[in-house]
Design a protein around this ligand. Structure first.
Ligand SMILES: C[S@@+](CC[C@H](N)C(=O)[O-])C[C@H]1O[C@@H](n2cnc3c(N)ncnc32)[C@H](O)[C@@H]1O
Length: 203
C-alpha cells in the first residue's frame, strides 16, 4: 500500500493539487494560529497553507515521496513544517499537545481507524478543534458515475456521519454534515462527491 502512494507521488504534478482542501481552509481561516497536526498529510497542501496562516504545523505520512514534495512546497512558500515519514504509532507527542488536528481524506480500515482516532484525539487539547473530511459511505455510487472523483474502491474504507459522530461522544459539533460537494483537487479528486465533514471541539 505504501508503494502505491510512493508511486502516485513520484510524478512532477501534485496529485491533489497545491491548494488546501476547501473545507479545511474554511475552518483554519476561522481559528487563531496554534499547534496543528495533520495525519497522513500527503504532499503538504494543507500543511503549507496552515503554516502561511501562522500555525505551527506538524504532519506525517508513511510515503517518502510525499515528504519530498511537501518539503518542496514549503520551500516555495517560504514556511517551515515539521514533517515526519512514519505512521501514527511512531509519533511521540505528549497528550493534549495540539490546538487542532485535521484529518483530510484519511481512509483506514477498522480496527486501525478506531485505534488511530482514539490516539489522535488524546493528542488534542481540551477546547481544541478536530477537523475532518473524507468520502462518505455513498461514494461507490458517485465513483461509478464519475471515476475521476478517485477515492477508495472498497466500501470498508468509507465513512458515515453517524459512526463518526458517535466516536466523538461529548464533543461540541460546530459543523457536521454528510453532503455533496464538487471537488477540484489535482488530477485525482475531480467532480461531484458526497463527503463527511466535521468540525468538533474537544470537551
Ligand atoms: C488520499 S491521500 C490524502 C493526503 C492528504 N491528507 C491530502 O488531503 O492531500 C491519503 C494519504 O494517506 C497516507 N497513508 C495511508 N496509510 C498510512 C499510514 N498507515 N500511515 C501514514 N500515512 C498513511 C498515504 O500515503 C496518503 O498520502
Amino acid at each position: 500500500m505504501k508503494e502505491f502512494w510512493n508511486e502516485r507521488y513520484s510524478q512532477e504534478a501534485y496529485a491533489y493539487g497545491t491548494e488546501p482542501n476547501a473545507f479545511f481552509k474554511s475552518r483554519i481561516d476561522q481559528l487563531s494560529p496554534g499547534k496543528l497536526l495533520l495525519p497522513a498529510e500527503g504532499e503538504g497542501r494543507n500543511a503549507v497553507y496552515a503554516a502561511t496562516k501562522g500555525f505551527e504545523v506538524s504532519a506525517y505520512d508513511w510515503s517518502e515521496a510525499a515528504c519530498v514534495k511537501a518539503a518542496k512546497l514549503a520551500e516555495q512558500h517560504q514556511v517551515q513544517i515539521d514533517y515526519q515519514v512514519c505512521s501514527l504509532e511512531h509519533l511521540s507527542f505528549d497528550p493534549a499537545h495540539f490546538d487542532a488536528i485535521a484529518m483530510i481524506y484519511v481512509h483506514f480500515l477498522q480496527p486501525i481507524r478506531s485505534q488511530n482516532l482514539t490516539r489522535l484525539l488524546s493528542l488534542l487539547k481540551p477546547g481544541g478543534s478536530f477537523i475532518f473530511e473524507a468520502f462518505s459511505d455513498k461514494h461507490l455510487d458517485y465513483q461509478e458515475r464519475n471515476p475521476s472523483i478517485g477515492g477508495p474502491k472498497d466500501p470498508d474504507f468509507l465513512y458515515s456521519l453517524e459512526s463518526l459522530v458517535s466516536a466523538l461522544d461529548g464533543y461540541q459539533l460546530i459543523y457536521s454534515a454528510q453532503e455533496e460537494t464538487t471537488l477540484s483537487e489535482g488530477a485525482f479528486h475531480q467532480g461531484l462527491a458526497e463527503v463527511v465533514r466535521i468540525h468538533a471541539l474537544k470537551p
